[in-house]
Design a protein around this ligand. Structure first.
Ligand code: ADP
Ligand code: MG
Length: 408
């Protein structure tokens, strides 16, 4: 049978030491400190964030680590172990939409957005090292932004993040908005806001119920080990073209449907009112048919988040499995954002005993998740790896995702 490749999370002290040592090696001095922030995985509530809906991410144990030192001028010097370890340099005054190429945009963008929000932030040197898989839909980008945000908060005395023991949720909400602006406007990547909130506002042992209409959160107990369960994440390593265009098209269809329904966001369409809304949208045109399917996904998916949380609140963790399955079917058939690799993970995991499985993240590649009994994790991972090998696909990577701590 095919080999199973696990991507382990680093122990926090190891991650901090790696970033520290890279900093000292490249900049020849000690950093002011080290900070880190997690990637995230969404349990349910997909393509709901930009519709003012609900989503339910958890923080991964996999984190981006930064070592950072404040400078007295306007220069940012940056180096990443994931980007050939070559030092790049940017002047903060030059940062504006479209001016920064490549990964430094995610870092300089955070400083730029803090300034735009009225905070006094100057130059800095920063070294990055990370164990968050890149481009796997697990939000390595938000983990980088959030780690830089809490580092700048500390060295420029912004007083927003609070402490690890007592995080300041209002301040972290501000930092999350700053990170969203950095990613949208400086890195030029569309993002709905779930990733940055998860990285900054999640809490260990909990899922983060995020209401994307007003930005409020609730920490929902999600203790997998107490129930003998694991959350298995499978990075398909699939690369499909047109991802950004498809994302934009989904957003546009939702916005057009909301206009036709006379609502600000699709969140305002209650499940009881769904049939009437779909009847309004179904006007016999091709676009109308597409809108019917997109809206049906969004409204039912938001309802599934509520059901998922109710089952967690009742301590019935295994009962969330069917909701994961229903979410996947809806994303595959109505929202049309799955792909062969994601469907294969879900089908193989379920056949091997997973309690539920679904694609997670935007789709067209990226990762899928499966809720698995702890003593069946190896069997399920093997079954998925074998299915990929039999299908002639590139070997996937596997991650275990107990809900972990936010940026600190
Ligand atoms: P995802 O967030 O799903 O991992 P994205 O395409 O949104 O995928 O973000 C990946 C990009 O974020 C990388 O191409 C790089 O530009 C930047 N990035 C993430 N982590 C790092 C890192 N450790 N060092 C440098 N750049 C990073
Ligand atoms: Mg990203």
């Amino acid at each position: 049978s095919a080999a199973v490749e696990w991507v382990e999370a680093w122990a926090p002290a190891d991650g901090a030491r790696r970033a520290h040592d890279l900093f000292v090696d490249r900049f020849g001095t000690e950093p002011d400190g080290t900070w880190s922030a997690p990637g995230r995985v969404n349990l349910i509530g997909e393509h709901t964030d930009y519709n003012g809906g609900l989503c339910l991410p958890t923080a991964l144990p996999h984190r981006a680590y930064v070592a950072l030192r404040r400078r007295d001028d306007d220069t940012v010097r940056l180096v990443s172990a994931q980007e050939a370890g070559r030092v790049r340099e940017v002047r903060l005054a030059d940062v504006a939409p479209g001016t920064v190429d490549g990964w430094p945009a995610y870092v300089a963008g955070v400083a730029w957005a803090l300034r735009e929000a009225g905070h006094v932030v100057g130059g800095f040197d920063v070294a990055v090292d990370s164990c968050v898989p890149y481009g796997a839909g697990l939000s390595s980008s938000a983990s980088l932004e959030a780690s830089v945000a809490v580092a700048l908060d500390a060295v420029f005395d912004l007083g927003l993040a609070g402490t690890a023991e007592q995080p300041d949720d209002a301040g972290r909400t501000t930092l999350a908005a700053v990170c969203v602006r950095a990613e949208n406007e400086i890195a030029g990547a569309p993002t709905g806001g779930m990733d940055q909130s998860a990285s900054l506002r999640a809490s260990a042992g909990h899922a983060l119920l995020l209401d994307c209409l007003d930005g409020s959160v609730r920490h929902v107990p999600f203790d997998l080990s107490a129930h003998g369960l694991e959350l298995l994440v499978v990075d398909t390593r699939a690369e499909h073209a047109l991802v950004d265009g498809q994302y934009a098209a989904r957003r546009a269809a939702c916005e057009a449907a909301a206009v036709r329904l006379g609502v600000g966001t699709l969140r305002e369409v209650a499940p009881e009112a769904l049939d009437a809304a779909l009847a309004t949208l179904a006007d016999g045109s091709a676009e109308g048919d597409v809108q019917v399917r997109r809206v049906r996904h969004v409204v039912r998916e938001i309802e599934r988040v509520e059901q998922f949380v109710a089952r967690l609140d009742a301590g019935d963790v295994e009962a969330v499995g069917p909701l994961m399955d229903a979410s996947h079917a809806s994303l595959r058939d109505d929202y049309e954002v799955s792909c062969r690799e994601l469907d294969l993970v879900v089908d193989a995991a379920r056949a091997a005993g997973a309690l539920g499985a679904r694609m997670t993240g935007g789709g067209f590649g990226g990762s899928a998740i499966a809720l698995v009994r702890a003593d069946e994790v190896d069997a399920v991972a093997s079954a998925v790896a074998d299915a990929f090998a039999a299908g002639g696909l590139r070997a996937p990577a596997f991650v275990l995702a107990p809900p972990a701590a936010p940026a600190s």
